[in-house]
Design a protein around this ligand. Structure first.
Ligand SMILES: *Cc1c(COP(=O)(O)O)cnc(C)c1O
Ligand code: SF4
Length: 451
């Protein structure tokens, strides 16, 4: 059903390195997984099959992989579960796209199935609610930080659980390391949030996140969308979901859900209001023919999709990967919007990159394709300063990995700090970070350069 059959596709593209981003794998890749060797294309593309066969336990990993799961891998996966703040949930689609002949280095395995051996000690300035979302929350499920836009979190469940989740404090149920107060769909609480929005005429823009909008039933999706669009001053809503990236089969075969999204979108258009989707592709390895077909369907309905990626070591922090991701997303009509510096939340030190890496990647990507398809690299400031362009720091001590920022509109007069991961600093700097008094002096010194 792909509408974008171009002559450059397939064999033509394979011969020309510059056109490699137009190649989309369309083989029965899941049949390489021993447990799914006889699963047909129709079964695999059925959204119900995907949900039913989602992997949620290490035991299941072992069973499905059979001999591909070596004892060494198994014990490392088990060790990972003792550290990670997130439970396991991974769709068969993502699971099967992992290169199980080399799981250690695989960018998808890293995101969903953490290994004990890969974790690093948390940074001294880590916080479970690093962005201060709970502090800036006037009513449950709502963060109101910027004057005209809010973040609405109607659910805490997702179709996959990412080991680096910025909301690991509330998403995905309690684990061995974190006790969570998760919540499911709760219309009464949603109505309280809508009531708040109704009383605040400055708000024009609502991000519906979570958790993941994919987990809302068609009825809930419609209820939330239409309730928001009926508020006179709300002009724009966005459904945030990692779904299109990690589970495109739902767009292809869950007609009720897609129709609900279509209806809200049309409802918005009748009122002259925007309804868009924000998704989260992290690496080109996640993009297949199914992604393209899912996007074709949404595009034909006139629904705009943007992408927000997180910059992660060993997943997408090379120029080649970031350029390919950017161009490939543009090609399937997903508009790259943001690439975030990794938030400073627990269990993520191994994923983080330095600010300098973010700035270098931004330079490398800009110019490779249309400006409107070029992501803005941002740092969402710890402590609630909001998102800032990576190169807009006030001061950056690269040696000690300390950057100092201002957020003049969001929090006038305040200074914010972001820190590079310790293991990427020089040996001398790492020694300084091991001493609390030295650390405090370094941070004070960096701030004094700005004040
Ligand atoms: C990211 C975010 C938004 C949306 O910001 P944009 O820059 O418009 O994408 C809104 N509210 C909060 C609290 C956020 O973190
Ligand atoms: S899909 Fe988003 S909210 Fe859910 S676990 Fe992943 S990063 Fe967190």
């Amino acid at each position: 059903m792909s509408n974008t059959q171009t002559i450059e596709e397939g064999t033509e593209a394979k011969k020309i390195p510059e056109l490699e981003h137009r190649n989309f794998r369309n083989d029965e890749f899941w049949q390489k997984i021993p447990g799914w060797s006889t699963v047909t294309r129709d079964e695999f593309n059925d959204h119900k099959w995907q949900v039913k066969n989602s992997v949620q336990k290490i035991k299941q990993v072992q069973k499905i992989l059979g001999p591909l799961c070596t004892p060494e891998l198994l014990s490392d996966l088990e060790a990972g579960q003792k550290i990670t703040p997130m439970n396991i949930r991974i769709t068969p689609y993502m699971f099967a796209l992992i290169d199980w002949t080399n799981p250690w280095d695989d960018p998808l395995r890293k995101q969903f199935l953490p290994l004990g051996s890969q974790f690093l000690p948390d940074h001294a300035y880590y916080e479970a609610d690093s962005l201060g979302e709970d502090t800036d929350s006037p009513v449950p499920m709502l963060t109101h930080r910027y004057p005209d836009k809010v973040l609405f979190l109607p659910t805490t469940i997702c179709p996959v659980y990412c080991s680096y989740c910025t909301r690991s404090r509330i998403i995905g149920g309690s684990t061995e390391t974190v006790d969570k107060s998760t919540y499911g769909a709760n219309q009464k609480k949603w109505d309280d949030a809508f009531e708040y929005l109704l009383r605040n005429p400055l708000i024009e823009d609502v991000v519906i996140s979570g958790g993941d909008s994919y987990m809302l039933t068609p009825k809930q999706l419609k209820y939330i969308g239409e309730s928001l669009l009926k508020i006179p001053h709300i002009r724009r809503i966005r459904y945030a979901t990692k779904g299109i990236a990690i589970f495109p089969q739902k767009i292809l075969t869950d007609d009720d859900w897609v129709n609900a999204l279509r209806d809200v979108h049309e409802f918005g258009r009748r009122y002259g209001k925007q309804v868009v989707v924000h998704t989260h592709f992290s690496s080109p390895q996640e993009i297949t023919k199914a992604s393209q077909q899912a996007m074709d369907r949404l595009f034909s309905l006139g629904i705009l999709v943007r992408n927000q990626a997180v910059l992660q070591s060993g997943v997408n922090n090379s120029v080649d990967t970031m350029v390919k991701l950017t161009r490939q997303l543009g090609f399937i009509n997903v508009q790259p919007y943001y690439v975030y510096m990794h938030d400073m939340v627990p269990g993520c030190e191994h994923f983080r990159t330095t600010l300098a890496e973010g700035i270098e990647l931004e330079k490398a990507v800009r110019g490779t394709t249309a400006g409107f398809n070029t992501p803005t690299f941002v740092c969402d400031l710890p402590g609630g300063g909001g998102k800032r362009h990576v190169a807009s720091y006030e001061y950056y001590d690269k040696e000690n990995g300390i950057s100092v920022w201002r957020a003049p509109y969001v929090k006038p007069g305040e200074l914010f700090t972001y820190f590079d991961p310790i293991h990427k600093l020089s040996k001398e700097a790492q020694k300084r970070w091991a001493d609390k008094a030295t650390v405090e002096a370094m941070v004070k010194e960096a701030k004094s350069k700005v004040e």
